[in-house]
Design a protein around this ligand. Structure first.
Ligand SMILES: C[S@@+](CC[C@H](N)C(=O)[O-])C[C@H]1O[C@@H](n2cnc3c(N)ncnc32)[C@H](O)[C@@H]1O
Length: 211
């Protein structure tokens, strides 16, 4: 295993699951499992697996994450240190890819999508779940004010890490809406859905063409 590549996640690893539960009011497991239900049975890559909090409902799982401090907390047996931009797997190796709350943190989304496409078997699907801003302009404004206050406060109280959760607030504005940025890649966005308060959580199912 190599050194942690992301100091933010290394610092909050021990408190990560607790803060997630608080911030999502206990909903984050449901948001992930709605996405998991859309994957085929077989071997699934959990890309950016963190502490391994996702329930894969009996599928075989390989967890991948660059941050050892997160990875060591995972109960999953097969764990790999690595990044989405350079997946250490052969072409067509997996029956599905899941990525929960990772995409805002990637160095390169196009490179990661290319890698996901490469490691998926033909015809298989990937599901990405992540946070974004609400689609409605007014709700987006209210949400932006809310996260600027609530996220650093919860980070301070539960992990003495206000700066790290200020980063989370900032990251919500780092990408265009998912309805735009999943277009134009080889993986086909078959379905995009919104969840959570004001629809600030999204899921997308991406299909690799069969041939
Ligand atoms: C918010 S956590 C999500 C963890 C887990 N997937 C979950 O649902 O709770 C984001 C994770 O993405 C990982 N990460 C950051 N950059 C990454 C990259 N380039 N490739 C893969 N994972 C990355 C971080 O180390 C961290 O564990």
């Amino acid at each position: 295993m190599s050194e942690a590549s992301d100091p933010i996640f290394a610092r909050i690893a021990a408190r990560y699951d607790l803060i997630n539960r608080v911030l999502s009011l206990g909903q984050e497991r449901r948001w992930r499992s709605l996405g998991i239900d859309m994957l085929s049975p077989g071997t699934v890559l959990d890309l950016g697996c963190g502490t391994g909090a996702t329930d894969f409902a009996g599928r075989t799982v390989v967890g991948l994450d660059p941050v050892i401090e997160m990875l060591v907390l995972s109960p999953v047996r097969d764990r790999v240190v690595g990044v989405g931009e350079a997946l250490p797997f052969r072409d067509g190796a997996v029956d599905g890819v899941f990525s929960g709350f990772v995409f805002r943190n990637l160095t390169s989304i196009p490179e990661t999508l290319e890698e996901i496409e490469r490691v998926l078997r033909p015809g298989a699907a990937a599901v990405v779940v992540d946070l974004a801003r609400p689609r409605n302009v007014l709700l987006r404004f209210v949400h932006r004010i809310g996260t600027a206050v609530i996220l650093p406060l919860v980070g301070l109280v539960f992990a003495r890490a206000p700066k790290e959760y200020w980063y989370l607030h900032r990251s919500l504005d780092s990408l265009p809406p998912p309805e735009q940025f999943f277009q134009g890649h080889t993986l086909i966005p078959e379905r995009i859905w919104r969840m959570g308060l004001f629809g600030f959580v999204y899921g997308v199912r991406l299909r690799k063409p069969a041939s």
